[in-house]
Design a protein. Sequence first.
Length: 84
Amino acid sequence: MSSSFQEKVFNVVINIPDGKVLTYKEVARLSGNSNACRAMGNILNKNYDPNIPCHRVVKSDGIIGGYNRGSPKKRALLNKEGVV
């Protein structure tokens, strides 16, 4: 995937409000390629910019999914924002 896809992914994720989540599939679709869930997940996994709230992206089945700082940290951030 090109860096323009990465920029689109980050733009979508930056705009997820506190206390809300989107699925990996939704972020991929909103970024312009609904078939690029895995590529989009890899982009988020490599992100360490705290201004891009990657913890707000979850799996379609409701499981929180991975996080490059660990799943417990992701769960704690989501709980702090009121996401159950």
